[in-house]
Design a protein around this ligand. Structure first.
Ligand SMILES: Nc1ncnc2c1ncn2[C@@H]1O[C@H](COP(=O)(O)OP(=O)(O)OP(=O)(O)O)[C@@H](O)[C@H]1O
Ligand SMILES: [Mg+2]
Length: 430
């Protein structure tokens, strides 16, 4: 392998002599053997629907052969160390002929004019030239690559080119290059990449948006309750004769709500970190009682009566208690809000529990409100589906995520007698 300063000094002479044509060889190349009388070939060449150039690569072939003769097989390395090689060799290159499609590609009408400008229009493109040299060295029959063509008036066209490497030494003076304009393809590729980037950004930001929205949604309930309990406590204390024990009860409730809020934050954090939350035995009776206690105040405000079936301590499901309670609170809130929106006086919400097949327990929330909005029942579980002016439309989609992540399912349907039933089933704990 020839490398380093010692050999570099000696090379230009060798290279120049390699580039110099043996006497008479670089005279204008003859027509391809057998084609001289074949007018049909020129006819076909000229009218081919694809841009075609005939180019003289004899000098390049000789230069590559010379390197190989010197034992230099790693052409990439050689060119990296002798970058002048490409431009020196290119001085021997010439465009010999072009067809009509090639003239169109470069923006010319006259072939003579194009051939005169071809040296400036087709400066050596290092990567494309390397493709051809590599093919020369490897003795393969085809080289191909991509490059950008500069046409008349500065137009720029990305092309895909392909060259047939001759098998006979005498044919390198008329190597045929085919070129296909790939600008439409490149534009499509760029549009595709931009669309892909947009999509990735959109999905990232919508995931983030959904997460932020769900945190806001979940945290809002306990925050609202805390404010309410503290206001109540303040009223008890502001009386001419403060009722300290009632105020303390309100403050205790506010404290419980604050605990709930921090549990929600922990859960969301775990969700982000993909940590599995604590699942285990969750007694249904206490979940229901806890959830009802949380919505009681609101129910009273809207004169909604909540009743629940008695559930024995032994009935339990497998899951995560905070999540199940949270799901139930969401369903109860929806039921109360639905009745409130109709300003009904006899609002009733019922929580029922029954076995669902062998392995599940179903918890149902029934209300006698105005019923589900028109359309498929399923739509209410879609994120951001809401019919409320101040709703976020996230309550049920969060419920579904929570219930399904624990191996359960959730559904809704209209009641014949009017009103709605939303129910979720979870695996029974044995
Ligand atoms: N019990 C119900 N009765 C009638 N419609 C209901 C009931 N529960 C849910 N819906 C309908 O489903 C929609 C979606 O409910 P979801 O809980 O997901 O969102 P939301 O209550 O509108 O807003 P938020 O995000 O604040 O909970 C509601 O806007 C309402 O139209
Ligand atoms: Mg809701």
């Amino acid at each position: 392998m020839l490398r380093g300063k010692k050999t570099a000094g000696a090379e230009p002479a060798t290279l120049t002599s390699a580039l110099a044509a043996p006497k008479g060889e670089d005279a204008p190349p003859k027509q391809l053997v057998g084609m001289s009388t074949g007018d049909w070939y020129r006819e076909m060449f000229w009218n081919a629907p694809i841009a075609m150039l005939e180019e003289d690569w004899r000098g390049a072939k000789r230069a590559v052969d010379e390197l190989l003769r010197r034992g230099i097989t790693d052409l990439d390395r050689y060119v990296a160390e002798h970058p002048e090689f490409i431009s020196q060799v290119r001085t021997t290159h010439r465009v010999v002929d072009a067809n009509a499609a090639a003239l169109r590609l470069f923006g010319f009408e006259s072939k003579a004019e194009f051939l005169r400008s071809s040296r400036e229009l087709l400066p050596a493109n290092v990567e494309s030239n390397m493709q051809v040299y590599r093919a020369f060295a490897a003795g393969v029959s085809v080289a191909q690559g991509e490059r950008v063509l500069r046409g008349r008036g500065g137009s720029v066209t990305p092309i895909l080119w392909r060259a047939a490497i001759p098998s006979q030494q005498g044919e390198f003076g008329r190597m045929v290059f085919y070129a296909v304009d790939v600008s439409a393809l490149k534009r499509a590729e760029q549009a595709l990449m931009a669309a892909h980037a947009d999509l990735a950004y959109a999905s990232r930001s919508s995931m983030l948006g959904e997460m932020v929205a769900s945190i806001a949604h979940e945290i809002n309930q306990p925050l609202g309750a805390i404010k309410l309990y503290i206001d109540t406590a303040r009223r008890w204390l502001d009386r001419p004769e403060p009722d300290v024990s009632r105020a303390r009860r309100s403050v205790n409730r506010a404290h419980a709500e604050a605990d709930r809020a921090s549990n929600i934050v922990v859960r969301v954090k775990n969700l982000v970190r993909r940590v599995r939350s604590d699942t285990g035995r969750v007694p249904i009776g206490s979940v229901i009682a806890g959830a009802i206690a949380l919505v009681e105040q609101d129910a009273r405000l809207h004169r909604v009566h909540i009743e629940s079936a008695r559930v024995g301590k032994e009935i339990a499901v497998r899951g995560e208690e905070t999540q199940i309670q949270q799901a139930l609170v969401n369903l109860l809130n929806n039921a109360i809000q639905s009745i409130a929106s109709a300003q009904q006086q006899d609002g009733r919400v019922q929580v029922a529990v029954h076995a669902e097949g062998e392995d599940m327990v179903e918890i149902e929330v029934l209300d006698n409100g105005p019923g589900l909005p028109p359309g498929p029942e399923e739509q209410i579980f879609r994120p951001f589906f809401t019919t409320k002016p101040d709703g976020m439309g996230l309550g049920l989609s969060i419920c579904r995520t929570m219930i399904e992540s624990q191996g359960g399912r959730i559904s809704a349907r209209r009641l014949d007698a009017g009103g709605t039933i939303v129910a979720f089933a979870l695996p029974i704990f044995r």
